[in-house]
Design a protein around this ligand. Structure first.
Ligand SMILES: [Zn+2]
Length: 246
């Protein structure tokens, strides 16, 4: 009996200590212990292990998201991400790393099915489009990003509420982009941390239910001019086999 009482008080004490780690976000309007518990239970798959993905992983771990995996086809990128993130793991967040192998399509589906939210942190459009196809088929939200020079965009694709990335490319008149993109990508860590921050915020909103994820809005940011633009009305296309409503 004595041992039982001690054990209960220990678990209450450890729960209080656990919540204390997140007292700053628990002080936000609309963010309660319920939202925090949802983050503890949440699982996120980050495609790509670039600086964008590392920023997302770091933010999510610091907010107590329970399961975070970075998956990349580049072993050197993964090793570098593992080293970068070695100090950000918290007692409530488990970080893991996985090498993506070919054929990517089958591997992605096998991997993505186990996670609540998918984050697009890859550079190549062909991989983004594959991830969009699989996410739509599995009904998983995908938080997309793309940057070109000092311009970037973030789009929270929610199946049933959003057009897929294939339709988005047509909408943005970027159909030729996947064929024309360069083999080398240029970027600036300062901009990548902004992109990763926007993506992490969308993931936290999706997992916790905090605020609103519209699903049909794309945010564009121009790092040179400082202008922020929101494109609305990106609803599913009824004639699209991927995002069209049945
Ligand atoms: Zn579509």
């Amino acid at each position: 009996m004595e041992a039982g009482i001690d054990s209960d008080s220990d678990s209450l004490g450890s729960e209080a200590a656990r919540l204390l780690r997140y007292e700053r976000q628990l002080g936000l309007p609309g963010f309660s212990q319920t939202q925090q518990e949802k983050l503890f239970m949440g699982s996120v798959l980050l495609l790509g292990a670039s600086f964008v993905s590392r920023t997302v992983a770091m933010s999510l771990a610091q907010s107590g998201v329970g399961t975070i995996k970075l998956a990349s086809a580049s072993l050197s990128e993964l090793s570098s991400a593992r080293q970068f993130l070695s100090s950000v793991e918290t007692p409530d967040s488990k970080l893991s790393f996985q090498l993506l192998s070919e054929p990517l399509m089958g591997h992605l589906e096998e991997l993505m099915v186990a996670y609540d939210v998918i984050v697009d942190g890859v550079e190549r459009w062909q991989t983004k489009l594959l991830a969009s196809d699989v996410a739509m088929r599995l009904g998983k939200p995908l938080v997309h990003s793309h940057s070109s020079g000092l311009r970037c965009q973030v789009y929270c694709m929610v199946p049933g509420r959003s057009m897929c990335l294939r339709c988005l490319l047509i909408q943005l008149e970027m159909e030729d982009f996947p064929r024309e993109e360069a083999s080398r990508f240029s970027s600036l860590p300062a901009l990548e941390s902004i992109v990763g921050g926007f993506q992490a915020l969308e993931v936290i909103k999706l997992l916790s239910g905090l605020g609103v994820s519209q699903g049909n809005e794309l945010m564009r940011f121009d790092g040179l001019s400082g202008e922020l633009e929101v494109l609305r009305g990106l609803d599913p296309k009824s004639d699209c086999p991927d995002c069209g409503r049945p």
